[in-house]
Design a protein around this ligand. Sequence first.
Ligand code: NAD
Length: 292
Amino acid sequence: QTGSVGFIGLGTMGREMARNLIEAGHTVTAFDIVGDAVAAAVAAGAKPAKSPAEAAANADIAITMLPDTPQVEEVIYGEGGLLASPPRGRLIVDMSTISPVAVRRMHADLKAAGTDFIDAPVSGGPIGAKNATLTIMAGGEAAAFARAEPFFRGMGTTITHVGAPGAGQAVKLCNQLICGINIQAVCEAIALGRASGVDLEQMRSVLLGGSAASWMLDKLGPAMIAGDADAGFRIDLMLKDLRLVQEQAQALSVPLPGTALVTSQYIEARAHGEGGNGNQALFRVYDRMTNR
Ligand code: NAD
Protein backbone atom coordinates (compact mmCIF):
# COMPACT_ATOMS: atom_id res chain seq x y z
CA GLN A 1 0.00 0.00 0.00
CA THR A 2 1.60 3.26 -1.12
CA GLY A 3 0.53 6.87 -0.78
CA SER A 4 1.67 10.48 -0.71
CA VAL A 5 3.80 12.04 2.02
CA GLY A 6 4.60 15.65 2.88
CA PHE A 7 8.02 15.39 4.56
CA ILE A 8 9.27 18.34 6.63
CA GLY A 9 12.83 18.41 8.03
CA LEU A 10 15.51 16.89 5.82
CA GLY A 11 18.56 16.79 8.11
CA THR A 12 20.76 13.89 9.19
CA MET A 13 17.76 11.63 9.79
CA GLY A 14 14.98 13.12 7.65
CA ARG A 15 16.86 13.03 4.35
CA GLU A 16 17.43 9.27 4.67
CA MET A 17 13.88 8.59 5.87
CA ALA A 18 12.40 10.58 2.96
CA ARG A 19 14.63 8.70 0.50
CA ASN A 20 13.52 5.34 1.91
CA LEU A 21 9.84 6.35 1.59
CA ILE A 22 10.48 7.13 -2.09
CA GLU A 23 12.24 3.78 -2.53
CA ALA A 24 9.25 2.05 -0.90
CA GLY A 25 7.07 3.54 -3.66
CA HIS A 26 5.51 6.51 -1.86
CA THR A 27 5.28 9.98 -3.42
CA VAL A 28 7.21 12.49 -1.30
CA THR A 29 6.90 16.29 -1.33
CA ALA A 30 9.71 17.76 0.76
CA PHE A 31 10.27 20.98 2.73
CA ASP A 32 13.17 22.26 4.83
CA ILE A 33 14.22 25.84 5.71
CA VAL A 34 17.61 24.97 4.18
CA GLY A 35 17.35 25.12 0.38
CA ASP A 36 20.22 22.67 -0.19
CA ALA A 37 18.40 20.06 1.89
CA VAL A 38 15.35 20.35 -0.38
CA ALA A 39 17.58 20.17 -3.47
CA ALA A 40 19.16 16.94 -2.16
CA ALA A 41 15.69 15.45 -1.58
CA VAL A 42 14.66 16.42 -5.12
CA ALA A 43 17.79 14.68 -6.46
CA ALA A 44 16.58 11.56 -4.58
CA GLY A 45 13.17 11.75 -6.30
CA ALA A 46 11.07 14.09 -4.10
CA LYS A 47 8.99 17.04 -5.28
CA PRO A 48 10.04 20.40 -3.75
CA ALA A 49 7.79 22.55 -1.54
CA LYS A 50 8.18 26.11 -0.26
CA SER A 51 6.31 25.71 3.03
CA PRO A 52 5.00 22.96 5.33
CA ALA A 53 1.48 23.68 4.01
CA GLU A 54 2.61 23.20 0.39
CA ALA A 55 4.42 19.95 1.27
CA ALA A 56 1.27 18.63 2.97
CA ALA A 57 -1.41 19.98 0.60
CA ASN A 58 -2.07 16.80 -1.41
CA ALA A 59 -0.59 14.32 1.04
CA ASP A 60 -2.20 11.40 2.86
CA ILE A 61 0.17 12.10 5.74
CA ALA A 62 2.57 14.86 6.84
CA ILE A 63 5.75 13.71 8.61
CA THR A 64 8.00 16.07 10.59
CA MET A 65 11.63 15.32 11.56
CA LEU A 66 12.88 18.51 13.22
CA PRO A 67 15.42 19.36 15.92
CA ASP A 68 13.34 20.30 18.97
CA THR A 69 9.91 21.33 20.32
CA PRO A 70 10.00 24.98 19.08
CA GLN A 71 10.62 23.91 15.46
CA VAL A 72 7.74 21.41 15.53
CA GLU A 73 5.49 24.09 17.09
CA GLU A 74 6.53 26.51 14.32
CA VAL A 75 5.64 23.96 11.61
CA ILE A 76 2.26 23.19 13.23
CA TYR A 77 1.14 26.56 14.60
CA GLY A 78 3.17 29.05 12.50
CA GLU A 79 2.29 30.85 9.29
CA GLY A 80 1.99 28.38 6.42
CA GLY A 81 1.77 25.68 9.10
CA LEU A 82 -0.12 22.40 9.36
CA LEU A 83 -2.85 23.36 11.86
CA ALA A 84 -4.34 25.88 9.41
CA SER A 85 -3.39 23.82 6.32
CA PRO A 86 -3.51 20.13 7.26
CA PRO A 87 -2.66 17.34 4.83
CA ARG A 88 -5.53 16.09 2.69
CA GLY A 89 -5.48 12.84 4.70
CA ARG A 90 -5.75 14.77 7.99
CA LEU A 91 -2.91 12.81 9.57
CA ILE A 92 0.28 14.35 11.01
CA VAL A 93 3.14 12.28 12.46
CA ASP A 94 6.00 13.91 14.31
CA MET A 95 9.08 11.65 14.46
CA SER A 96 11.40 14.14 16.22
CA THR A 97 12.31 13.79 19.89
CA ILE A 98 10.38 16.56 21.67
CA SER A 99 8.54 17.33 24.91
CA PRO A 100 5.71 14.88 25.74
CA VAL A 101 3.80 17.79 27.30
CA ALA A 102 3.97 19.75 24.04
CA VAL A 103 2.93 16.61 22.13
CA ARG A 104 -0.25 16.24 24.18
CA ARG A 105 -1.12 19.90 23.54
CA MET A 106 -0.56 19.51 19.77
CA HIS A 107 -2.64 16.34 19.75
CA ALA A 108 -5.56 18.15 21.46
CA ASP A 109 -5.34 21.27 19.26
CA LEU A 110 -5.17 19.24 16.04
CA LYS A 111 -7.93 16.90 17.15
CA ALA A 112 -10.21 19.90 17.80
CA ALA A 113 -9.48 20.93 14.20
CA GLY A 114 -10.27 17.45 12.85
CA THR A 115 -6.71 16.22 12.27
CA ASP A 116 -5.10 13.10 13.80
CA PHE A 117 -1.67 13.44 15.40
CA ILE A 118 0.81 10.69 16.29
CA ASP A 119 4.11 11.10 18.19
CA ALA A 120 6.50 8.55 16.73
CA PRO A 121 10.10 9.17 17.76
CA VAL A 122 12.77 6.80 16.51
CA SER A 123 15.90 4.98 17.63
CA GLY A 124 18.70 3.53 15.53
CA GLY A 125 20.66 6.62 14.57
CA PRO A 126 21.75 7.73 11.09
CA ILE A 127 22.64 4.09 10.28
CA GLY A 128 19.10 2.94 11.07
CA ALA A 129 17.67 5.85 9.07
CA LYS A 130 19.87 4.98 6.07
CA ASN A 131 19.06 1.25 6.15
CA ALA A 132 15.33 1.72 6.95
CA THR A 133 15.82 -0.32 10.15
CA LEU A 134 14.65 2.30 12.66
CA THR A 135 12.83 1.37 15.84
CA ILE A 136 9.64 3.45 15.89
CA MET A 137 7.67 4.01 19.13
CA ALA A 138 4.29 5.61 18.54
CA GLY A 139 1.75 7.30 20.81
CA GLY A 140 -1.81 8.25 19.85
CA GLU A 141 -5.13 6.68 18.88
CA ALA A 142 -5.03 3.13 17.51
CA ALA A 143 -6.97 4.03 14.35
CA ALA A 144 -4.54 6.84 13.50
CA PHE A 145 -1.58 4.55 14.20
CA ALA A 146 -3.04 1.99 11.79
CA ARG A 147 -3.23 4.63 9.05
CA ALA A 148 0.42 5.65 9.66
CA GLU A 149 1.79 2.12 9.86
CA PRO A 150 2.25 1.48 6.10
CA PHE A 151 4.45 4.59 5.97
CA PHE A 152 6.42 3.53 9.08
CA ARG A 153 7.20 0.26 7.28
CA GLY A 154 9.16 2.21 4.68
CA MET A 155 11.48 3.61 7.38
CA GLY A 156 11.75 1.05 10.16
CA THR A 157 11.59 -2.58 11.22
CA THR A 158 10.51 -2.53 14.87
CA ILE A 159 7.24 -0.56 14.85
CA THR A 160 5.13 -0.45 18.02
CA HIS A 161 2.07 1.44 19.19
CA VAL A 162 3.11 2.09 22.81
CA GLY A 163 0.05 3.98 24.08
CA ALA A 164 -1.80 7.27 24.34
CA PRO A 165 -0.59 10.64 22.95
CA GLY A 166 2.89 11.37 24.37
CA ALA A 167 3.66 7.72 25.16
CA GLY A 168 6.02 7.49 22.17
CA GLN A 169 8.07 10.34 23.60
CA ALA A 170 7.94 8.84 27.12
CA VAL A 171 9.48 5.60 25.81
CA LYS A 172 12.01 7.52 23.68
CA LEU A 173 13.19 9.48 26.74
CA CYS A 174 13.90 6.19 28.53
CA ASN A 175 15.82 5.12 25.42
CA GLN A 176 17.93 8.30 25.52
CA LEU A 177 18.71 7.89 29.21
CA ILE A 178 20.13 4.44 28.47
CA CYS A 179 22.05 5.72 25.43
CA GLY A 180 23.68 8.57 27.37
CA ILE A 181 24.78 6.40 30.27
CA ASN A 182 25.96 3.63 27.88
CA ILE A 183 28.14 6.08 25.97
CA GLN A 184 29.65 7.25 29.23
CA ALA A 185 30.37 3.64 30.27
CA VAL A 186 32.12 2.85 26.96
CA CYS A 187 34.20 6.07 27.05
CA GLU A 188 35.20 5.32 30.65
CA ALA A 189 36.24 1.75 29.79
CA ILE A 190 38.29 2.96 26.82
CA ALA A 191 40.07 5.51 29.06
CA LEU A 192 41.03 2.75 31.51
CA GLY A 193 41.94 0.27 28.76
CA ARG A 194 44.18 2.83 27.09
CA ALA A 195 45.97 3.68 30.34
CA SER A 196 46.42 -0.06 30.92
CA GLY A 197 48.19 -0.34 27.57
CA VAL A 198 45.88 -2.94 26.03
CA ASP A 199 44.97 -3.12 22.31
CA LEU A 200 41.68 -1.19 22.27
CA GLU A 201 40.32 -2.64 19.00
CA GLN A 202 40.95 -6.13 20.29
CA MET A 203 39.41 -5.21 23.63
CA ARG A 204 36.29 -3.99 21.82
CA SER A 205 35.97 -7.25 19.85
CA VAL A 206 36.42 -9.32 23.00
CA LEU A 207 33.86 -7.30 24.97
CA LEU A 208 31.32 -7.51 22.13
CA GLY A 209 31.34 -11.30 22.66
CA GLY A 210 30.43 -11.03 26.34
CA SER A 211 27.98 -9.44 28.72
CA ALA A 212 29.39 -5.90 28.22
CA ALA A 213 28.26 -5.89 24.58
CA SER A 214 26.14 -2.89 23.60
CA TRP A 215 25.00 -0.91 20.56
CA MET A 216 27.28 1.94 21.67
CA LEU A 217 30.36 -0.29 21.98
CA ASP A 218 29.54 -1.84 18.61
CA LYS A 219 28.54 1.20 16.53
CA LEU A 220 30.33 4.12 18.27
CA GLY A 221 33.32 2.27 19.81
CA PRO A 222 35.42 2.44 16.60
CA ALA A 223 35.05 6.25 16.37
CA MET A 224 35.86 6.63 20.09
CA ILE A 225 39.01 4.50 19.72
CA ALA A 226 40.10 6.30 16.53
CA GLY A 227 39.52 9.71 18.12
CA ASP A 228 36.88 10.58 15.51
CA ALA A 229 34.62 13.23 17.09
CA ASP A 230 32.88 14.38 13.93
CA ALA A 231 29.67 13.00 12.52
CA GLY A 232 26.55 11.46 14.03
CA PHE A 233 23.97 12.45 16.63
CA ARG A 234 25.09 15.91 17.73
CA ILE A 235 25.99 16.61 21.37
CA ASP A 236 23.59 19.60 21.28
CA LEU A 237 20.72 17.22 20.41
CA MET A 238 21.79 14.78 23.15
CA LEU A 239 21.74 17.64 25.66
CA LYS A 240 18.24 18.53 24.43
CA ASP A 241 17.13 14.93 25.05
CA LEU A 242 18.75 14.78 28.51
CA ARG A 243 16.94 18.03 29.37
CA LEU A 244 13.63 16.48 28.29
CA VAL A 245 14.43 13.37 30.38
CA GLN A 246 15.08 15.53 33.44
CA GLU A 247 11.95 17.65 32.91
CA GLN A 248 9.88 14.46 32.77
CA ALA A 249 11.64 13.05 35.85
CA GLN A 250 11.11 16.25 37.87
CA ALA A 251 7.44 16.42 36.92
CA LEU A 252 7.02 12.83 38.16
CA SER A 253 9.44 13.06 41.15
CA VAL A 254 11.76 10.32 39.85
CA PRO A 255 15.42 10.71 40.90
CA LEU A 256 17.86 10.03 38.03
CA PRO A 257 21.39 10.33 39.47
CA GLY A 258 23.07 8.55 36.54
CA THR A 259 21.44 10.90 34.04
CA ALA A 260 22.46 13.93 36.12
CA LEU A 261 26.12 12.85 36.03
CA VAL A 262 26.31 12.20 32.30
CA THR A 263 24.43 15.45 31.59
CA SER A 264 27.18 17.37 33.43
CA GLN A 265 29.79 15.70 31.23
CA TYR A 266 27.93 16.65 28.05
CA ILE A 267 27.66 20.24 29.32
CA GLU A 268 31.44 20.18 29.83
CA ALA A 269 31.86 18.97 26.24
CA ARG A 270 29.66 21.78 24.92
CA ALA A 271 31.64 24.32 26.98
CA HIS A 272 34.70 23.16 25.04
CA GLY A 273 32.96 24.02 21.75
CA GLU A 274 31.91 20.46 20.93
CA GLY A 275 28.13 20.89 20.69
CA GLY A 276 28.27 20.21 16.94
CA ASN A 277 30.30 17.00 17.31
CA GLY A 278 28.79 13.52 17.41
CA ASN A 279 27.80 12.29 20.87
CA GLN A 280 30.60 9.70 20.82
CA ALA A 281 32.85 12.76 21.37
CA LEU A 282 32.16 12.35 25.09
CA PHE A 283 35.51 10.50 24.92
CA ARG A 284 37.15 13.94 24.78
CA VAL A 285 35.93 14.64 28.32
CA TYR A 286 37.91 11.55 29.37
CA ASP A 287 40.89 12.69 27.28
CA ARG A 288 40.86 15.94 29.23
CA MET A 289 40.43 14.21 32.60
CA THR A 290 43.41 11.93 31.85
CA ASN A 291 45.45 14.79 30.34
CA ARG A 292 45.81 13.13 26.93
P1 NAD B 1 19.19 17.78 12.05
O1 NAD B 1 19.46 19.05 12.78
O2 NAD B 1 20.30 17.15 11.27
O3 NAD B 1 17.97 17.99 11.03
C1 NAD B 1 16.86 18.84 11.31
C2 NAD B 1 16.41 19.49 10.00
O4 NAD B 1 15.27 20.31 10.29
C3 NAD B 1 17.46 20.42 9.38
O5 NAD B 1 17.63 20.10 8.01
C4 NAD B 1 16.86 21.83 9.55
O6 NAD B 1 17.22 22.72 8.51
C5 NAD B 1 15.38 21.52 9.53
N1 NAD B 1 14.55 22.55 10.15
C6 NAD B 1 14.78 23.23 11.30
N2 NAD B 1 13.76 24.06 11.56
C7 NAD B 1 12.87 23.92 10.56
C8 NAD B 1 11.60 24.50 10.25
N3 NAD B 1 11.05 25.42 11.07
N4 NAD B 1 10.97 24.10 9.14
C9 NAD B 1 11.52 23.17 8.32
N5 NAD B 1 12.70 22.58 8.53
C10 NAD B 1 13.37 22.95 9.65
O7 NAD B 1 18.61 16.77 13.14
P2 NAD B 1 18.53 15.16 13.04
O8 NAD B 1 19.81 14.58 13.54
O9 NAD B 1 18.01 14.77 11.71
O10 NAD B 1 17.43 14.87 14.17
C11 NAD B 1 16.06 15.22 13.99
C12 NAD B 1 15.28 14.76 15.21
O11 NAD B 1 15.41 13.35 15.37
C13 NAD B 1 15.74 15.39 16.53
O12 NAD B 1 14.64 15.61 17.38
C14 NAD B 1 16.65 14.31 17.09
O13 NAD B 1 16.75 14.38 18.51
C15 NAD B 1 15.96 13.04 16.62
N6 NAD B 1 16.83 11.87 16.45
C16 NAD B 1 18.07 11.99 15.89
C17 NAD B 1 18.87 10.87 15.75
C18 NAD B 1 20.29 10.95 15.19
O14 NAD B 1 21.05 10.00 15.39
N7 NAD B 1 20.67 12.02 14.48
C19 NAD B 1 18.40 9.62 16.16
C20 NAD B 1 17.12 9.51 16.67
C21 NAD B 1 16.34 10.65 16.82
